[in-house]
Design a protein around this ligand. Structure first.
Ligand code: TRP
Length: 330
């Protein structure tokens, strides 16, 4: 007998193109998991609206960009299901039902909501933004996801989801699946400018869709050991951002590179050239696949539409069970 595959749900907010920080932190993992698990990838456009409601054109364009980013890194459209959040009514319906089971204070104390509110400068936040973790619980439970691969910042949302599921199942009927999280083992990729985070708003991102020349230019501008003046000065790899990137992107040569830096046997310019090569070797196959999808946009739209239709069927079934459990029947 064939065992049914467990289901994964992950998501991205379409507020711009994805960068190599996203690749290292999550996309790479998705590619690895796509054979073993039934994978659903949510393009979370409603969640994007919670912070970018004034920029609907950006969200519209980013839906395609994010879909192409996912496809270009090697997610196979015959294996994974891409889902457009705003086109799954079940998510909106579940969000309303779940909102009765979550207090405003619990949301206000959610550490990720707090951090993001500070980041966006909200001193008074919208109802939609405050409530987005409830909507995320709806994303996850609508499709009976077993596993949710996440970074650490998403853990409060996973806790909320599990609490909600337990409350719902205890109070009404056991119809919702309690999801587990899978913590991504890779820490955040720092910016080449030395900023702790790579981000589009910080202007320090290397995009999956950047050209080889763009990558070379960005790497050239990276900060290295400030005490090194001449190429033959002994360097300190521990305080060099380029070195941290080599650790991830030039794994095989890493020890050798550290050695040479410490001895002053490789200068920063040459070291950066090596990093540019490593990054471009990684990105080249992505660029090739992306070029295909860029010239077959209809195919991208079909992939999103087919996936979303599939997701709607599953979501509607969950809503039916939820309404049943809540005695919302005539
Ligand atoms: N909150 C996630 C992020 O900011 C995106 C997301 C939306 C998500 N819905 C999800 C992630 C469901 C996992 C599961 O990256």
């Amino acid at each position: 007998m064939t065992q049914e595959k467990k289901r994964i749900l992950t998501g991205d907010r379409p507020t711009g193109r994805l960068h190599i920080g996203h690749y290292v932190g999550s996309l790479q993992n998705r590619v690895r998991l796509q054979d073993e698990y039934e994978t659903f990838i949510l393009i979370a456009d409603i969640q994007a609206l919670t912070t970018h409601f004034e920029r609907p054109e950006l969200i519209r364009d980013s839906i395609y960009e994010v879909a192409m980013d996912n496809l270009s890194v090697g997610l196979d459209p015959n294996k994974v299901t891409l889902v457009l959040q705003s086109h799954v009514p079940a998510i909106a319906e579940l969000t309303i039902f779940y909102s009765m089971l979550v207090t405003v204070n619990a949301l206000r104390h959610n550490p990720t909501v707090k951090t993001e509110a500070a980041q966006y400068g909200y001193d008074d936040m919208t109802y939609g933004f405050l409530g987005y973790p409830v909507s995320q619980s709806a994303d996850i439970t609508a499709f009976n996801a077993d596993l949710v691969p996440v970074g650490e910042d998403q853990l409060p949302h996973m806790e909320l989801t599990r609490k909600l599921v337990r409350r719902f199942n205890d109070m009404y009927a056991p119809v919702l699946k309690e999801p587990q999280h899978m913590l991504s083992n890779c820490s955040r990729l720092m910016g080449l400018d030395g900023n702790a985070k790579m981000g589009k708003s910080l202007g320090n991102a290397i995009y999956l869709s950047d050209t080889a020349e763009e990558v070379a230019k960005k790497v050239k501008g990276a900060v290295t050991d400030p005490n090194r003046i001449k190429a033959t000065d002994p360097g300190n790899p521990d305080i060099c951002v380029v070195n941290k990137y080599h650790h991830i992107f030039t794994e095989k040569e890493y020890d050798n590179i550290c050695d040479m830096c410490k001895k002053g046997a490789i200068g920063c310019v040459a070291c950066k050239k090596l990093l540019t090569e490593s990054l471009n070797n990684l990105l080249d196959p992505f660029r090739e696949r992306r070029a295909y999808y860029e010239s077959h946009r209809d195919e991208v739209r079909d992939i999103i539409n087919t996936g979303t239709e599939r997701a709607c069927v599953i979501g509607n079934e969950t809503v039916r069970k939820v309404k049943d459990a809540m005695h919302l029947i005539v």
